[in-house]
Design a protein around this ligand. Structure first.
Ligand code: URA
Length: 245
């Protein structure tokens, strides 16, 4: 194999950049470039060895506008009927909602939402960031809008704040915040959790004698699901600091 020339830090050849962004095997990327199907900063570049910065490079690849991200962190407005599992069974996987290059890069969900839960889901191919965001020590607050079967009482909120015992752990687990939403008798509860235990909201709500009928995650850290991000749509997160505590 020909020796690759030494390149300035943070730079690479166009074929390698396309490959790492998930546009296919090296040969396929080279083919796209040589066929004149790749623009960089608005100009067609047909030399696979042309050197560019790797990050935040404005490409158009076969008609698809794409800004390169060396590490991908995206938010997804998860609809019901999708599984977060990497090997989904009964339901399609959330990765199906991402464009082909991100599917190829193997982004993983940051924590999981149940099949019937909607709302804010993060996905990344940045291993250390995934670890940071899912580490129980990091205490990233996650806000859930819960629709319950029965009216939510102040006593239930107080119990959730004080801590409830779940079936798999003798240590009580407490909500960071729990408030009734709406006037008078209401079935709406806003719950903020620092942990990410399996079915945690459903089990905590069951532990105080109610039942979850609908579940939506509205925020993670300082990031609130944008109102203009439609169900099933995704968007880049440019700075991970927004989801770190
Ligand atoms: N807690 C649950 O019970 N389900 C979710 O999807 C997320 C948190």
């Amino acid at each position: 194999m020909a020796k690759r020339p030494r390149l300035p830090a943070g730079h690479d050849t166009l074929d390698q950049i396309l490959f790492e962004q998930g546009f296919g095997a090296r040969r396929e990327c080279e083919g796209l470039i040589c066929s004149g199907l790749v623009q960089v900063n608005g100009e067609v570049v047909d030399d696979p060895d042309a050197v560019f910065p790797q990050d935040r490079l404005a490409l158009v690849v076969d008609g698809q506008p794409w800004v390169t991200h060396v590490k991908a962190l995206v938010m997804l407005h998860k609809p019901a009927g999708y599984e977060c599992s990497l090997k989904p069974g009964a339901w399609p996987g959330v990765h199906n909602l991402l464009p082909a290059p991100l599917r190829k890069r193997g982004l993983q969900p940051v924590g999981r939402l149940d099949q019937d839960t909607t709302g804010l889901l993060l996905m990344t191919d940045d291993g250390p960031l995934l670890h940071q965001l899912t580490s129980p020590k990091k205490n990233v607050p996650k806000v859930y809008e819960v629709t319950c079967k029965h009216p939510v009482t102040q006593l239930m909120c107080d119990q959730l704040l004080k801590g409830v015992v779940l079936d798999d752990d003798p240590e009580p687990v407490a909500a960071h915040a729990a408030e009734r939403v709406g006037e008078g008798e209401t079935v709406h509860l806003r719950l903020t959790l620092l942990q990410g235990k399996y079915h945690q909201v459903k089990r905590m709500v069951a532990a105080v004698g109610n039942r979850v009928e609908g579940l939506h995650r509205s925020a993670i850290g300082r990031l609130t699901l944008p109102e203009d991000l439609a169900l099933g749509q995704w968007r880049w997160i440019e700075d991970p600091a927004i989801v770190l505590p």
